[in-house]
Design a protein around this ligand. Structure first.
Ligand SMILES: [Zn+2]
Ligand SMILES: [Zn+2]
Ligand SMILES: [Zn+2]
Length: 486
């Protein structure tokens, strides 16, 4: 029997309003404001009937020129990656020090936390074959590129050596060439979120974290259920953590808008009819409403190992999984005035939006940079330095170079259409050390031309490309595909 979400039923009117696709005018306004607020230049988002939204050049770009940096709307570091990289929970910069990064990683490894980064993630792997992040982690673990260290085997260090790194007693040679911002703790008192600065801590608290923090000062109803929700997401699919952030973000925006609205009313001495104002909720929801969405269990690609005859069962299971996650989240942070956000219909669409706009969050590792620097030193200095650094490198093994990895929703990048002969790509330059997406021109782009990126490996054959792109819900009709079509 099909499970029912009671909120789906009695909030159906508000849910329909929230899921109404935004008008082209609203979309246009939203992006104009976003582009001007972020002081981006030379691009414009346009609606073009057949393909929906697209990003267009408003100026000429040269080959390799930066087109834009896109600040994420919501993003998370994969829980399994937290062992490897200590980053700011808001901007995703590496924090602490090279010593702390290495010491912490080795310490967590000795605790056995990091032995298998995929333990308990079986469902995640099955439920999303588009999730390239996981494949990336696996490839990364198995690769032996550029490392002067041992392959997969590591040589453990005495506990003392790890402790002296963590408590700052030992300074590694040349680590001062790689200064990192010092660690700022979460103002709510949890031991899970850390920041590069007070401003990042405050921004995260105000935008997302005050409802999802498990510390003393958090605003949850039940710490126990919040922890259960997080554990469930870690064990099944961390896309739920992203969805929870999107919901928290909308609730907090709603509260701010409402406070503002009430102040206005006091001034003008008018009364506000009803406590829950749908128009305020719609306004709070606007940034999320812009993203293209479908129900997660309808749009998720059928994994290769699932037979098409089992498709209905698979989709039902995905829906049930989302429902279980939602019940935990609801018990932990429910807000009556934002009730429609806790419906399965909305939860499914938020997750579906992340599924369809699944973009990797990647920040290069400062620890990797450090070891490459030491490796590049001239002979006598290198030999001296390696006397100290080599045991740490041996203890880390291939893990020394793991970068920060996660998933995020980037509002502008998510508007970029695909082409199998794209004129731009997402590419992090040496100086791009935070979670923003960076889009670079692959060849000269003329004013008025659409900026396109490739969602897939464009070296694949025509048939392979079309098969992969079908998971995104379209058949590619780019110039190259029209040319290669049999
Ligand atoms: Zn930060
Ligand atoms: Zn916290
Ligand atoms: Zn194509």
């Amino acid at each position: 029997m099909e499970l029912m979400c009671p909120i789906d039923q009695h909030c159906s009117h508000q849910i329909a309003a929230l899921l109404q696709p935004p008008s082209p005018l609203l979309v246009q306004e939203y992006f104009e404001q976003l582009i001007s607020k972020r002081q981006l230049h030379g691009i414009k988002v346009k609606q073009n009937g057949e393909f929906g939204k697209g990003v267009f050049a408003e100026t000429n770009f040269e080959e390799e020129q930066l087109i834009l940096k896109d600040q994420m709307l919501v993003g998370i570091q994969h829980p399994s990656n937290k062992i490897d990289c200590l980053v700011c929970s808001y901007c995703f910069k590496f924090i602490g020090s090279i010593e702390q990064q290495i010491g912490r990683k080795l310490y967590l490894k000795t605790l056995g936390v990091g032995i298998s980064p995929h333990n308990g993630k079986g469902c995640h792997d099955n439920s999303s074959d588009k999730d390239q992040d996981n494949h990336f982690v696996q490839n990364h673990h198995n690769s032996d590129d550029g490392a002067s260290s041992s392959s997969n085997s590591t040589i453990p260090l005495p506990t003392m050596a790890v402790e002296s790194l963590m408590n700052g007693e030992l300074a590694l040679p040349y680590s001062n060439k790689f200064p990192l911002p010092s660690v700022v703790s979460c103002p709510g008192g949890c031991e899970e979120a850390f920041y590069c600065s007070k401003s990042c801590a405050e921004a995260d608290w105000e935008s997302f974290h005050c409802l999802l923090c498990t510390g003393e000062k958090s605003e949850f109803h039940s710490r126990e259920t919040l922890l259960k929700f997080i554990q469930h997401a870690n064990e099944t699919n961390d896309i739920f953590l992203l969805a929870a952030k999107a919901i928290s973000f909308t609730i907090l925006r709603y509260r701010k808008l409402k406070a503002c609205h009430l102040r206005e009313q006091e001034k003008t001495a008018t009364s506000m009819l009803g406590t829950s104002d749908l128009s305020l909720l719609l306004e709070a929801w606007k940034p999320i409403s812009i993203g293209h969405k479908r129900r997660w269990w309808d749009c998720i690609a059928l994994p290769d190992d699932i037979d098409t005859s089992d498709e209905a069962t698979f989709r039902r299971q995905i829906r049930e999984l989302a429902f279980t996650s939602l019940q935990l989240l609801k018990e932990a942070i429910f807000d009556k005035e934002c009730e429609p956000l806790f419906s399965l219909e909305i939860y499914g669409h938020i997750i579906g939006m992340f599924e369809l706009n699944n973009l990797d969050l990647v920040v290069a590792s400062s620890v990797e940079d450090y070891f490459l620097y030491v490796d590049d030193l001239p002979y006598p200095e290198k030999k001296e330095a390696e006397k100290i650094t080599q045991p740490y490198l041996d203890a880390l093994g291939d893990d020394y170079s793991i970068c920060c990895q996660g998933t995020a929703f980037f509002p502008l990048q998510s508007c970029m259409n695909h082409s199998c002969c794209p004129n731009a790509k997402a590419f992090k330059r040496d100086e791009d050390r935070d979670g923003q997406a960076t889009i670079i021109a692959l060849r000269p782009i003329c004013k008025g031309e659409e900026v396109t990126i490739s969602y897939i490996d464009e070296d694949l054959s025509f048939e392979e490309r079309q098969a992969l792109l079908a998971d995104y819900g379209f058949r590619c009709r780019c110039a190259r595909c029209l040319d290669e079509e049999p």
